[in-house]
Structures are given as C-alpha cells and as structure tokens.
Design a protein around this ligand. Structure first.
Ligand SMILES: O=C1O[C@H](COP(=O)(O)O)[C@@H](O)[C@H](O)[C@H]1O
Length: 239
C-alpha cells in the first residue's frame, strides 16, 4: 500500500501513529514489541514526534526492544551514525531500558564478526522464525533501502539475517539486515519524501523488475496490508 501526503507533517504523524499502533498491538498480544529503526534523514521528524508526550506516553517502553535495520560502520559519536541520530532524536527522550537497545556498532571487532554477533542477538530475541513486529525503512535517491545498495552482493544474500560488507562508493563498511529477514517482518513502513526520490520511487513501483538497479523493489509488497509506503507528493510526482 502506498499513501501519498501533500503535507509532510501529516506524513510524519502517520508514521508515528503506525509505530504506536504496532507497539500497542504487539505488547497486548505478546507482551513485547520488537522494532528495527531506519537511519538517514527520512525518519528524523517522526522520531522527534515519537519523543513528544502525545506519542511517547502511549507506549509501554519497558516492553520495547530496539534494533537497527542498517548502519554505517562508524563510531556512535560520528555524525554519520544512524544510531547517534536515533539517540539524539528519540532514544535519549524515552524510558526504554538501555539493555533493550541494540545499536549496530561495537569497537574492537570487525564488521563481519559483529554482523554474526548481531544475528545471534536477533535469534535470541526474535526466535528461530525471525519476525520483527515492525521494521522502519527509508529509500535513497538511488533506490537503495536499508544498506542494500545497487549492484552489491548483499542484495542476493538469502541465508544470513545480518551482513556486513565494504561499500566502495562510500569508502566505508555497511551492516544491514538482509532481504529474507526484512521480508519476514509482521509490518514494514517505508518513509520516502522529496523530489530527489521521484525517479527511484517510480522505478520501484511502476518500473520493470530490476532489483539489482533498484534494491527497494526487494521489499515484498505481496502480502496486502503488511507493507506501507508513506511518501509525499514530490516523491510521488512520476507515479
Ligand atoms: O544511508 C542510508 O540511507 C537510507 C536513505 O537515507 P535518507 O537520508 O534518504 O532518508 C536510509 O534508509 C538508511 O538507513 C541509511 O543507512
């Protein structure tokens, strides 16, 4: 499902409302809520909104388990860190227990070894089936989502749940949840706005199937109601 907003504030509100709704429903059914956060610029205002009393006070944060969908392999005080952004905008402002927050970063370990450790952590918290209650994603102007960049081997990974690899174009390691794990989530919300996303959004939704070029096509929209794209009119201009 794709929902288009002319007012960005309404898009942020819709994303925050979906988060709260997913948290309430998972906690009432299973006593806990597992969520993977996205990075980049797209979720910033949604995270800020979730930190306001109106949204924050609707969530039983002591039952929430926070992971990341992907990360730039940089220390958490680096401006590029997805975790740093999430702490600054949301996590520092909510009463979630620190032991239930799992950034994709650790010093003194290789990214590949860390990816294996992170997968073990996920297996402990998600069980062997690996169903997140909610995964938030963004989409870059090049059609990447999570750290599934065009023409990288990681988009064909079907065994591992978490993978790390060196992204030559950015001269940095990336760590990411993989396609099979993301597509097992109970709910996925993709946030994409801005005119620079219009071409990629068109290709992902209306273009020929070509996930090597537009990896966001790999987010499986087949199950009705499970995947929601929240986009603005600028991003949707070519649809
Ligand atoms: O590098 C990344 O980019 C994507 C998209 O970022 P945005 O700034 O266009 O929102 C993001 O979803 C991903 O988490 C991040 O690592």
């Amino acid at each position: 499902m794709l929902k288009t907003y002319t007012d960005l504030q309404e898009l942020y509100t819709a994303a925050a409302a979906l988060f709260v709704q997913a948290a309430k429903s998972a906690i009432s059914q299973n006593g806990r809520f597992t969520v993977a956060l996205t990075g980049g610029s797209s979720p910033v205002e949604t995270y800020r909104l979730l930190a306001t009393p109106e949204y924050r006070d609707q969530v039983q944060w002591e039952h929430v388990y926070i992971f990341w969908g992907d990360e730039r392999w940089v220390p958490m005080d680096d401006d590029r860190s997805n975790a740093r952004m999430a702490f600054e905008t949301l996590l520092n402002h909510i009463p979630v227990p620190k032991a239930q927050v799992f950034p994709m970063w650790a010093p003194d370990v290789t990214p590949e070894a860390f990816a294996e450790q992170y997968e073990q952590t996920l297996r402990q918290h998600l069980g062997k089936e690996g169903h997140f209650d909610l995964i938030l994603l963004g989409m870059g102007a090049d059609g990447h989502t999570a750290s599934w960049f065009p023409h990288t081997a990681v988009i064909n990974e079907r065994e591992k749940w978490v993978a790390a690899y060196y992204l030559q174009a950015q001269n940095m390691y990336r760590i990411t949840l993989t396609v099979p794990l993301v597509n097992q989530a109970r709910q996925i919300v993709v946030i994409a706005y801005g005119a620079n996303k219009a071409d990629a959004l068109f290709e992902v939704w209306k273009g020929e199937r070509n996930p090597e070029e537009y990896p966001a096509q790999l987010v499986d929209t087949a199950i009705e109601g499970r995947v929601t794209w929240l986009v603005d009119a600028d991003a949707a201009a070519n649809l």
